[in-house]
Design a protein around this ligand. Structure first.
Ligand code: MG
Length: 373
């Protein structure tokens, strides 16, 4: 392993865990966090949760599990090149989507609407809730008892209202501070991963075409490079040759620009990083190109009529599940009924958010189908 920069997150200097635990043997504090995340129930469920496409539509599309692995891979490359803590980036990347509802953004938007009068629903806050409270694996505490640095990275965004209630990890939103460079790296690796795999999945599904995508400069530029190197190449290989070049350009640009930013700000410690402006960044040119690609995906993929049809059904499933359980909490599994006595809405949101796509679908059928008793 390369030596860590002075401004990286050093495991022995962690701010620690909510419940004291002796230092681990055979691995460092952040390695322990990563391992706890991989062994969690919520992590295994990511396999059956989707981003854009519904899980049973095809085995070829990304799920939140493969997405999280891609984020971890990209994040580790970035971290290694900047002498940051690779394992911390990996831990944050693997945990960043643990709080996602079934059915991607449609599910999350609907659950937020259902929770409008009960504090709302934010998936980043929910990811933190999963690792802080909802996992039931240890005798001595709820959740996974992760280090502060891992938890602050998981909480990518949150409302000021929630920030006030979240204690230590909420403070930076109130004090206008930044998280570690590792957290910043994981966040941007997430962006690189989803933009590129949505291009890939979008093309594969036939919802968007090469011709349409060629109207975005980032894609057009890299398509031209691939075609110049391999004249006559078409089909899947051309798409992969293009997408891997885009990922590489974005990663190298992020490393180069961030190196510049770090050199200019010269942080001597992680505390200096927290008080500096965001140091991890793309160059202005690439940031623009990424924005253009994102706009394209919003217009042509995320709002494609076939995706809208799926989203409509997904929202209905979430809305009806929430409504039925809220009106009649005795329909909840016993372990949730008990919790529902103290906070009914939040307990139902936790239950629904924890569902995989197919579990939510089946649970809806079990509750509403007359044929199935
Ligand atoms: Mg993500």
């Amino acid at each position: 392993m390369t030596e860590l920069a002075p401004y990286a997150a050093h495991p022995p200097r962690t701010r620690g865990r909510g419940f004291f635990e002796p230092a681990p043997a055979g691995r460092n504090e952040f390695e322990r966090d990563r391992d706890r995340i991989i062994h969690s129930t919520a992590f295994r469920r990511l396999e059956y949760k989707t981003q854009v496409f519904v899980n049973h539509e095809g085995d070829l599309f990304r799920t939140r599990l493969t997405h999280s692995l891609e984020v971890a891979q990209i994040g580790r490359t970035i971290a290694r090149n900047l002498q940051l803590n690779e394992v911390l980036v990996e831990a944050i990347a693997l945990a960043h989507d643990l709080g996602h509802t079934p059915f991607g953004h449609a599910g999350q938007d609907e659950l937020n609407a259902c929770m409008k009068d009960h504090g709302g629903f934010e998936h980043n806050v929910q990811s933190l809730r999963v690792v802080d409270l909802l996992e039931e694996r240890y005798a001595g505490f709820d959740g996974l008892n992760l280090c502060f640095e891992t938890r602050e990275g998981i909480l990518k965004h949150c409302s000021l209202h929630n920030a006030r209630m979240l204690g230590d990890v909420g403070e930076r939103f109130l004090n206008n501070q930044r998280p570690s460079l590792e957290a910043q790296a994981a966040n941007l690796a997430d962006e690189i991963a989803y933009n590129n795999h949505d291009v890939d999945d979008g093309l594969r599904s036939g919802l968007i075409t090469l011709e349409q995508l060629s109207n975005t400069s980032l894609f057009a530029r890299h398509l031209a490079m691939a075609q110049e190197k391999y004249p006559g190449l078409g089909g899947r290989r051309l798409i992969h040759e293009t997408v891997r070049r885009m990922i590489n350009t974005l990663v190298m640009d992020l490393i180069a620009q961030s190196t510049e930013n770090i050199r200019a700000a010269a942080p001597a410690s992680l505390d200096d990083v927290r008080n500096a402006p965001p140091l991890m960044a793309f160059s202005p040119e690439l940031a623009n190109e990424q924005r253009e690609l994102k706009r394209f995906l919003h217009e042509h993929l995320y709002r494609h009529y076939q995706v809208n049809r799926m989203s409509m059904k997904a929202r209905r499933i979430v809305r009806e599940l929430f409504g039925a359980l809220f009106d009649n909490p005795t329909l909840l599994p016993p372990q949730y009924q008990e919790k529902a006595r103290t906070d009914k809405a939040r307990t139902i949101a936790d239950y629904i958010a924890g569902m995989t796509d197919r579990y939510a679908y089946r649970e809806h059928r079990r509750l509403f189908s007359i044929e199935e008793m």
